[in-house]
Design a protein around this ligand. Sequence first.
Ligand SMILES: [Zn+2]
Ligand SMILES: [Zn+2]
Length: 170
Amino acid sequence: MTLLTGSCLCGQVRITVRGAPVRVGICHCTDCRQESGSAFTFFGIWPARQFEHTGEAASFSVRSFCPHCGGRVFSVDTHEAEVKLGILSDAPSPLTLSYELWIKRREPWLRPIDGAEQYDEDRSLRSARSIHPRNRTRSDNITDILPSPRLRPPSQRLSTSRPKRASGGP
Ligand SMILES: [Zn+2]
Ligand SMILES: [Zn+2]
């Protein structure tokens, strides 16, 4: 079985994922830009049972990071783990990109990745919560009963106070 390992910059937080990811994507949304300080994030989703980590991670919303070096590492709930693939030990990674999110925020000097599904925003309203809480609009609330294809922390399920942009999305 394929085993991939990775760590934050200082090495305090380490992760291991077993087997193939459910999907691999990059996201150009404003949340991901501000979290990473870069033009997009590159992540893979694994079933939570195929993910392990060592070292103490801090988190903001559902996004975990190393409190020592600040490296962004993963987001995990009881179902899925989203791993920032830039932390993998081997670069480039052996993984193939399956989709791009929030391409309307993509820098004009970046081009669509061949073979990757293209989404103007999230894949669906159901995925607009979770890792991208600020991307939600009021109308998304009607889908709260549906399971999320990305990560949805229990603590946010009934929250109505998460920050929103007046424009309805980053
Ligand atoms: Zn670190
Ligand atoms: Zn994003």
